[in-house]
Each structure stands twice: as structure tokens, then as C-alpha cells.
Design a protein around this ligand. Structure first.
Ligand code: G3P
Ligand code: MG
Length: 229
């Protein structure tokens, strides 16, 4: 079972900052998950469209320039990072799971990934995921070799069919919907089952028992401490 650091290691450091990424890497994650939005045709790493929860700013991202957003404190004096800064920080030590938030993110993400492929990175260094299945489809249209994970909160009817239609390899579900039936269905369809967000030791054990392939956690250290029973 893979350990994916959620927004870096947000249980330990301010989410989606370079400090959080560094902590996730220190804790030995297999992948680092970050959320990206498009600001002036640049991908910035932040979860909410509204700035107020994670920064000292207020209001919506789209009302500000990239330059202004970079003046904000995203916690412990950290700037809101760019996708490029995160990729350079990870430097192939773990998979980078880029979760596309909002619209008009797929092309920028794909272009960035392809630039890094040109620099010698592998397709297996990246995973793109989204609840926005239109953006996810665009990734595959641009470059089918980029791996994608389809995010669900709750399971739509025929969700594996949707996953296949979008060319996604991984079904990523909220923890509450992950059970033996989901795992069996997903595996029968030659897909992987990943669960978010798994922060309690008993839930980590349960996911292992169910044969889940990957979990997102705020506390990668708990994952490490909690080996198979
Ligand atoms: O990708 C897993 C998880 O990050 C999805 O939900 O809201 O934390 O981005 P959210
Ligand atoms: Mg996310």
C-alpha cells in the first residue's frame, strides 16, 4: 500500500507549502499530493479558492495578481508555492500527485510535466488527479502517457466505466465509501483503489486489510509506525 502525503504532510506543517513537502519527503512518502489553481496562466499550489483559511489574505484567488499572492503568508512565513517550485523540491524523490482544482489547469499541468519529461523525468514521477473530470480528460487528450487518478466524493453509478472512459488508472475515493466491494470491483477492472484522507491508525489497518493500493494521509509518520497486523 502506497503512502501519499496529503498536501505534503499537513498534519505537521502548513499545507501545500515547501515546508510541508519537505516534511513529507523526510517521512518517506511514496507520493506527495498537492492542489493547484491557475493564476495568470501559472499553477500555484493552494487548496482553496478563498485565501482566508490558509493565508493571511482574504477573498478569492482570481481577484489578485500572481505577484500579490506571492506576498502572502501561507503559514510559518512560507509563500504560496508554484508547481515548478514543488517539482524542483521533490526532485524525483517521490511521485508528485498534482490535483487540479478549478478550471483551465489541465493544459498548464500537462505542459509542465512534458517539460520535466524532456529534462529526463519519467511519466511514473507524476500522477494527475481531479474531481473535475473534464480537466482530467484534457490531460489524456494532450498526452495519454500521463497517468491519471479519478477523484470521487461518493460513488456515481458505473464509476469504473467513467474511469475507463477517461483513461484513468486509479479510482480515488473518500474513505467513507471504501469497502471490500469497492476494492474487488476496482481490481476486477484492472484499476487501483486509493482512499483519502486516512489519518487514524485503525483506518490505516482497515485499508491494508481491504487491499487498498494507496492512502492519502496528513500524518505519514503514523503510516510508517503502523505496519501490517
Ligand atoms: O486527492 C485526495 C484529496 O486531496 C482530495 O480532496 O479536498 O483534500 O483536495 P481535497
Ligand atoms: Mg487534494
Amino acid at each position: 500500500m502506497l503512502c501519499i502525503g496529503h498536501r505534503g504532510a499537513m498534519g505537521h506543517e502548513p499545507e501545500n507549502t515547501l515546508l510541508s513537502i519537505a516534511k513529507a519527503l523526510e517521512l518517506g512518502v511514496d507520493a506527495v499530493e498537492i492542489d493547484v489553481h491557475n493564476v495568470e496562466d501559472r499553477l500555484v499550489v493552494i487548496h482553496d479558492r478563498d485565501l482566508s483559511r490558509t493565508t493571511n489574505g482574504t477573498g478569492y484567488l482570481e481577484n489578485y495578481s500572481f505577484a500579490y499572492l506571492r506576498t502572502l503568508d501561507a503559514g510559518k512565513g512560507q509563500q504560496i508555492p508554484t508547481l515548478v517550485e514543488v517539482l524542483n523540491a521533490v526532485d524525483r524523490q517521490a511521485i508528485v500527485n498534482i490535483e487540479l482544482k478549478g478550471n483551465n489547469t489541465a493544459k498548464l499541468a500537462a505542459d509542465t510535466i512534458l517539460k520535466y519529461i524532456d529534462l529526463g523525468w519519467s511519466y511514473s514521477d507524476f500522477l494527475v488527479s481531479s474531481f473535475n473530470h473534464y480537466e482530467l480528460n484534457q490531460i489524456k487528450t494532450i498526452e495519454p502517457k500521463i497517468e491519471t487518478g479519478i477523484l470521487f466524493y461518493g460513488l456515481p453509478w458505473k464509476y469504473t466505466k467513467i474511469a475507463h472512459e477517461l483513461g484513468a488508472n486509479i479510482v480515488i475515493s473518500n474513505l467513507d465509501y471504501v469497502d471490500a466491494n469497492l476494492v474487488a470491483t476496482v481490481h476486477q477492472e484492472n484499476l487501483q483503489a486509493w482512499a483519502y484522507t486516512v489519518n487514524k491508525p485503525q483506518d490505516i489497518s482497515k485499508m491494508r486489510e481491504l487491499g487498498v493500493d494507496g492512502i492519502f494521509t496528513n500524518y505519514p509518520d503514523i503510516f510508517n509506525d503502523h505496519q501490517p497486523i
